[in-house]
Design a protein around this ligand. Structure first.
Ligand SMILES: Cc1cc2nc3c(=O)[nH]c(=O)nc-3n(C[C@H](O)[C@H](O)[C@H](O)COP(=O)(O)OP(=O)(O)OC[C@H]3O[C@@H](n4cnc5c(N)ncnc54)[C@H](O)[C@@H]3O)c2cc1C
Length: 384
C-alpha cells in the first residue's frame, strides 16, 4: 500500500497552483481584506471563476453530460485545498460547485438544468442557501416559512436567518413548509430580486456583511422553479448537506496558516528554543492531518459511488478539532492575530482565524454531528 498522490494528480495540483499565481490580481490581499462576502471579492471572484472555467477547472469533477470534465472528486478536493488557504478566490461561488450543482444535477428537471447549470459552469452566478430560521437551525425540519400553491405559482411567506451572501446573490435555494407533516418540505429556486423579498444584514462572529435575515412577503415563485417534487424536498436537502459538510477544506486553511505562524514565531526568535510552543504547534498540525485523512475517506467513498455516510459528520468534527487547536494556539502564542490587522504583512493568518471561527456552528453544529455519529454510526441509544 502506498499513501501518496498519483503523478496525474500531482501535476493537476501544480497546474492549479500556477493558474492561481498567474490569475490572482496583484492587489488580491487588499481585495480579500474586504471579506469573502464583500462586493469587492464577489466581483473579483467572478473574474477569477470565469478564468478557472475557461481552463476547464471550475467544474472539472462534474460529469461530462452536465458540462463537467468527468474528473474525479479528488480533483475537486485538490482545487479546494489550493483555493481556501489563498482566501478562496472563487468567492461565494465555491458553494455552487460544492453542493448546489450536485443537487441540481441529481434532482432538477432537464429544463431546470439547462437554465441553471450554464451560469454555474461559466463561474458567473451567485447563489445563497435559504435554510435556517430563528427556530429551525439544527432542527431544520421545524421550519415555518410557508409556500402555498396558487394556480401556477407558489406564494411564499416567512423569514430566513443566517443567510450568507444574501445581498450578493442572484438566486436562492429556498426551503419552504408546504404541508402538515414534519417533512412536507418543498424546495423553490427563487430569484432574489423578486418583489416581496427584503434582505437585512446583521453583525455576527464572522465579517460584517456576511450574515443576513431574509424576509418573504407574498413572494411569488413559478411552479417551474420548484426543485424535485412538492413535499419531497427533504431528500435533496440531505443530499446537499452531505456535500456541504466536507465542501470546505478547513484543515488545509489551518495547516497553511500554522506553517505561517511558525515562520513568524521563528522570525521573532520565540519558537526554536521553546518546547511548549513547539509541542502546541505539533498538536495543531497532527489534528490537521487527522482531519485531512478523515475527509479523504469521504472523498474516496464518493469517488467509488458509495452512498453518503456518517463519515461526513466525523470529518466535520475533526475539522472543528483542528480549528479549535489552532485558535488556542494563536490566542496563547500570538494573540494579536485575533485583531483584524495582518501580522507581519501576512493576511492569511487572521483570515484563517476569522473564517474558521464559526466552524462549530455553520453547516451543521458540532453537537449535531456528534449525535449523528453516536446514533447512526455507533448505534448508541438516543438520550432522553
Ligand atoms: C457563519 C455562519 C454562516 C451561516 N450560513 C448559513 C447560510 O448561508 N444559510 C443557512 O440557511 N444557514 C446558515 N447558517 C446557519 C447554521 O446552519 C445554523 O446556525 C446551524 O444549523 C445551527 O442552528 P442554530 O443557529 O439555530 O442553533 P441551534 O440549533 O439553536 O443550536 C444551538 C446550540 O444547541 C445545540 N443543540 C441543538 N440541538 C441539539 C441536540 N439535539 N443535541 C445537542 N445539542 C443540540 C447546537 O449544537 C448548538 O450548540 C450559518 C451560520 C453561521 C454561524
Amino acid at each position: 500500500m502506498e499513501f501518496g498522490w498519483p503523478e496525474a494528480q500531482r501535476k493537476y495540483r501544480e497546474r492549479v497552483r500556477s493558474i492561481i499565481d498567474r490569475d490572482l490580481p496583484e492587489d488580491w490581499p487588499e481585495i480579500h481584506r474586504h471579506g469573502l462576502a464583500s462586493p469587492e471579492q464577489a466581483k473579483a471572484g467572478r473574474v477569477f471563476a470565469g478564468k478557472l472555467a475557461k481552463e476547464g477547472l471550475l467544474v472539472q469533477h462534474w460529469p461530462k453530460e452536465f458540462g463537467g470534465g468527468d474528473g474525479e472528486p479528488w480533483e475537486h478536493f485538490i482545487l479546494g485545498e489550493e483555493m481556501w488557504p489563498r482566501g478562496e478566490p472563487r468567492g461565494p461561488q465555491y458553494m455552487n460547485v460544492n453542493w448546489l450543482g450536485p443537487a441540481l444535477m441529481k434532482y432538477a428537471s432537464a429544463e431546470q438544468r439547462e437554465r441553471f447549470l450554464p451560469p454555474i459552469i461559466a463561474g458567473d452566478v451567485i447563489w445563497c442557501q435559504l435554510f435556517s430560521e430563528p427556530s429551525a437551525g439544527s432542527d431544520l425540519a421545524a421550519m415555518q416559512t410557508k409556500s402555498v400553491r396558487v394556480g401556477e405559482e407558489y406564494v411564499v411567506n416567512g423569514m430566513k436567518v443566517w443567510t450568507s451572501y444574501a445581498r450578493l446573490a442572484e438566486w436562492g435555494f429556498l426551503l419552504t413548509r408546504s404541508g402538515p407533516a414534519r417533512r412536507d418540505i418543498t424546495i423553490l429556486l427563487v430569484d432574489m430580486k423578486s418583489p416581496g423579498i427584503t434582505i437585512r444584514p446583521f453583525p455576527g462572529i464572522v465579517e460584517d456583511g456576511h450574515l443576513h435575515e431574509v424576509y418573504f412577503d407574498n413572494v411569488r415563485v413559478h411552479v417551474e422553479n420548484r426543485l424535485f417534487e412538492e413535499n419531497r424536498g427533504w431528500e435533496p436537502v440531505t443530499y446537499a448537506l452531505n456535500y456541504e459538510r466536507v465542501g470546505v477544506q478547513r484543515y488545509q486553511i489551518i495547516h497553511d496558516a500554522m506553517h505561517q505562524a511558525v515562520k513568524e514565531l521563528k522570525r521573532r526568535g520565540t519558537f526554536d528554543n521553546d518546547p511548549l510552543v513547539q509541542r502546541d504547534a505539533g498538536i495543531v498540525l497532527a489534528k490537521c492531518e487527522a482531519s485531512r485523512l478523515i475527509s479523504y475517506e469521504v472523498v474516496d467513498q464518493r469517488a467509488r459511488n458509495l452512498p453518503p455516510s456518517e463519515d461526513a459528520s466525523v470529518a466535520r468534527m475533526s475539522a472543528k478539532e483542528c480549528i479549535m487547536a489552532f485558535n488556542d494556539f494563536v490566542s496563547t502564542w500570538m494573540p494579536e492575530v485575533l485583531s483584524e490587522e495582518p501580522i507581519g504583512g501576512d493576511w492569511q493568518l487572521s483570515w484563517a482565524h476569522s473564517f474558521t471561527i464559526a466552524s462549530a456552528i455553520a453547516a451543521g453544529a458540532y453537537e449535531i454531528q456528534c449525535d449523528i455519529v453516536a446514533t447512526r454510526q455507533l448505534g448508541l441509544p438516543r438520550g432522553a
